[in-house]
Write a protein that binds this ligand. Structure first.
Ligand SMILES: C[S@@+](CC[C@H](N)C(=O)[O-])C[C@H]1O[C@@H](n2cnc3c(N)ncnc32)[C@H](O)[C@@H]1O
Length: 349
């Protein structure tokens, strides 16, 4: 075992099961995993297939490691399509505590002639039954895009609405998957950073440690850094580590208004902590009378408070990038490859 400090604020190259061996028990505040789907075949009757079982056995190993390294006050998150999460949950129920199944509303590829899959799941477990660090969150009121009116009809109760927005529930419809290639790195399954911000604002404080064993292009690490948290990432592919490092160098711990850490996306605040509103409200112009919130937004008084988000590094980095997961990628090939890979990922599930 190594001193945890030596591992902080780096993306480590290697196999996560090997790297986990260096992380002491009970040393991490939040572990988050967005694993690869390694199956090669499209099984119709998969329950007794060896390859399927091997995949799950492998998942159980790193899930156990996640639980081992998480602090007694900490939380464990697993992102995947619902099918895999049912197995993860059955396993985790034996030695961690179920909090929520977060349904992240995002269309996935059609998978047959039954229901259209329209959400990814994020399993939220705590290591211990009691005493976990969890904060309530708020997101802005949802509005009709064309006219700006509140989508929900609150009738005569508008004067009682929260000026910022409602409490975040376990269904997340306000964060969209990164579809457009110019908005993401040459990585097929990159998560939106403000999705990670929400998870970290909910379960960590400034200075806490977040570990992601499948770091990809560093989404978790960047979110942690811009929110003043420490991170540890593991990643097999050196190209992804290179992309992450470029972005991390440009990332500053500046997603803050006054003393409160907040999540921004495209110049708007996406998530705040409920108990930060007392400090944050002075920075906002709140509709007066409040019932005008029906057509008038609560906005930041000074737009200069909005931090610069990092430039998208695709153009800079991909010039040097020749391979992803061992496949050659040049220029537009990125696009083709990403598309093929995501289709693959769904079909194989
Ligand atoms: C679904 S992606 C994660 C994407 C990430 N959440 C992001 O937003 O960029 C899974 C990642 O795990 C990496 N990976 C696969 N097997 C691994 C292993 N055994 N140890 C560490 N990383 C691994 C892959 O290279 C891939 O980048």
């Amino acid at each position: 075992m190594t001193m945890i400090e030596n591992y902080l604020n780096k993306i480590h190259h290697g196999d996560c099961l090997e790297l986990f061996k260096h992380i002491p028990d009970n040393s991490i505040d939040v572990t988050f995993a967005d694993p690869p789907f390694n199956l090669k075949k499209n099984y119709t009757s998969y329950a007794d297939s060896l390859e399927f079982q091997e995949y799950l056995n492998w998942c159980e190993k790193w899930i156990s490691e996640m639980v081992r390294v998480t602090k007694p006050t900490g939380s464990i998150f697993l992102h995947n399509i619902p099918k895999w999460l049912t197995y993860y949950a059955t396993y985790l129920n034996k030695f961690a505590y179920f909090k929520h199944w977060i349904a992240w509303d995002a269309p996935t590829a059609p998978m047959g002639k039954s229901l259209q899959p329209s959400h990814y799941g994020i399993l939220f477990y705590t290591k211990k039954e009691k005493g976990a660090k969890i904060y309530e969150l708020r997101h802005p009121h949802k509005r009709d895009r064309k006219h700006g009116y509140l989508l929900k009809d609150y009738g005569g109760k508008k004067d009682g609405l929260h000026p910022f927005g409602p409490l975040v529930s376990d269904v997340w419809t306000d964060i969209h998957r990164i579809k457009h290639n110019t908005k993401r790195d040459p990585h097929p399954c990159q998560l939106p950073i403000h999705l990670m911000d929400r998870i970290l604002l909910m379960t960590t404080d400034e200075g806490d440690i977040v570990l992601d064993p499948f770091s990809g292009t560093g989404t978790t690490a960047i979110s942690a850094k811009r929110l003043g948290r420490n991170y540890i990432g593991f990643e097999l592919d050196e190209n992804y580590i290179e992309i992450s490092q470029e972005k991390l160098e440009k990332t500053k711990p500046n997603f803050k208004i006054g003393e409160s850490w907040v999540s921004f996306y495209l110049n708007s605040i996406v998530t705040i902590r409920n108990n930060d509103w007392n400090n944050l409200s002075r920075y906002f112009k709140i509709p007066n009378p409040l019932r005008n919130i029906d057509f008038e937004k609560t906005t930041l008084i000074d737009k200069k408070l909005i931090p610069n988000e990092i430039e998208h590094p695709l153009l800079e980095v991909s010039k040097n990038l020749t391979k992803i997961n061992g496949k050659k990628v040049i220029g537009n090939e990125n696009k083709k490859f990403s598309h093929a890979y995501s289709q693959d990922k769904q079909a194989n599930a």
